[in-house]
Design a protein around this ligand. Sequence first.
Ligand code: CTP
Length: 224
Amino acid sequence: MSIPSFVIGIAGGTGAGKTTVARLVTENVGESVTRIPLDNYYEDLSHLDIEEREEVNYDHPSAFEWELLREHLRELLEGRAVDMPQYDFELHNRKDETVRVEPTDVIVLEGILALYDEAVNDMLDLRLYVETDADVRILRRIQRDVIDRGRDLEGVIDQYLSTVKPMHEQFIEPSKKHADLIIPEGANSVAVELLEEKIQAEANGGETRTWERLDAEGDAKDVN
Ligand code: CTP
């Protein structure tokens, strides 16, 4: 068990390639990396029936249990394990079982609104925003939702137009201003290689973080 030395947030619209970037940049960090999908922190909706759950706006910040996420990040940063919820996209709800997550050198929080919450942002050492064209993102989303998640095409299109797209414009895209780096076109190899090197160096650097965020005057801000 270790005190995490580098915490990364990866945000971006649906289908932007966040998961791929998260996997590639931490590929060589081995076992000392923990991935936290923001999806696991969707609110518990057990009080609603499936039809009601299908109607929920899953792209609005209110769909997430931010307090639990903040608490889990704080625990991990202090070197304590947490029981992370798991999410079921078919049932639109949290699963009954949780997964025990031990603190590791590198932690990666990944999701549409990973850079949305101020308290969460304060805990991140590196904030990335993956920017991919909307047409590419929607094509990927259709493929994933229809083929992998067994949803019908009409429903996917309705959801995209009624909530996914407007929420992207209202909350996700504006969260880009919190990013330290914007990665164009998802997993572009130059960005991935540079990040991979940086992350490996931080992971191997022990418990002290060497990363400092500077304010407009060039003074170090207290990011930890
Ligand atoms: N979502 C959904 N049904 C739910 C819960 C979430 O359709 N019950 C959708 C939300 O509409 C949201 C999306 O899940 O837009 C968030 O996941 P997304 O970012 O698309 O997935 P990743 O695979 O993590 O993204 P990427 O392709 O960038 O890796």
